[in-house]
Ligand binder design. Structure first.
Ligand SMILES: CC(C)(COP(=O)(O)OP(=O)(O)OC[C@H]1O[C@@H](n2cnc3c(N)ncnc32)[C@H](O)[C@@H]1OP(=O)(O)O)[C@@H](O)C(=O)NCCC(=O)NCCS
Length: 190
């Protein structure tokens, strides 16, 4: 039997989120797994302030904190590379370490994808994920993302190189799964 999706809200990322986000990526490994080389270890408020400031320019990025029904911040996700009517990208995806494996990641990806399809009217949403990150790949597949190709040795992390899987969710597939969810009575309020 399919599980009922977890209820989550996405709200804009703010300075009040800096502390918990920093605590979620406290080692070079966890920071690299989350964002490759986008931020430098150790993550700090200066880097996050520049990141937040960059979101004020149109169509650069929209950054969200995911909130559980209790109001607890349980995740972080970003929509960027926004080309209205063409494509956008999900990135910087992370779930609070104590809340993984409960469906939070899937629900957050589903909400961010719906936001971008509805707001940016894009035809597809892409994301890149380390080929070795089986949990993340399983999570994205579950939300309808297909593996469309692999970029070998795309990222260097220390002495290691990492292959990146590119995954895509096509608008027509998303709309079809939304219709199926509606038929099952599982469309909640935003
Ligand atoms: C990747 C991440 C966001 C997923 O969030 P989450 O809340 O744990 O994800 P979900 O619970 O929605 O889904 C995880 C899926 O992986 C599956 N899974 C769990 N352990 C697994 C494993 N070792 N191998 C394969 N799949 C696994 C779960 O069964 C679940 O699939 P299901 O929904 O079909 O049951 C979270 O693990 C995380 O923050 N990781 C660290 C940062 C990171 O790697 N970010 C991704 C950068 S691209």
């Amino acid at each position: 039997m399919t599980k009922e999706p977890i209820q989550l809200k996405l709200r804009p990322f703010t300075q009040t989120d800096f502390g918990h986000l920093i605590s979620w990526v406290s080692t070079p490994e966890t920071l690299g797994q989350w964002c490759a080389a986008f931020f430098r270890h150790p993550l700090d408020e200066d880097q996050l302030q520049r990141y937040l400031d960059s979101a004020s320019q149109p169509n650069v990025r929209t950054i969200f904190t995911a909130l559980a029904p209790s109001g607890e911040a349980v995740g972080h996700i970003e929509v960027s590379m926004i080309w209205p009517h063409l494509s956008s990208r999900l990135s910087r995806i992370i779930v609070a370490p104590g809340r993984r494996g409960e469906g939070v990641g899937g629900a957050m990806v589903a909400r961010a994808a719906a936001f971008s399809f509805e707001t940016h009217h894009v035809a597809r949403i892409d994301l890149g994920v380390a080929a070795e990150n089986a949990v993340a790949i399983a999570c994205y597949r579950r939300q309808g993302f297909d593996h469309v190709g692999t970029w070998p040795q795309a990222i260097r992390m220390g002495r290691q190189t990492i292959d990146v899987c590119w995954m895509t969710l096509i608008r027509t597939d998303w709309a079809r799964s939304l219709a199926a969810d509606a038929a099952s009575g599982w469309i909640g309020s935003a």
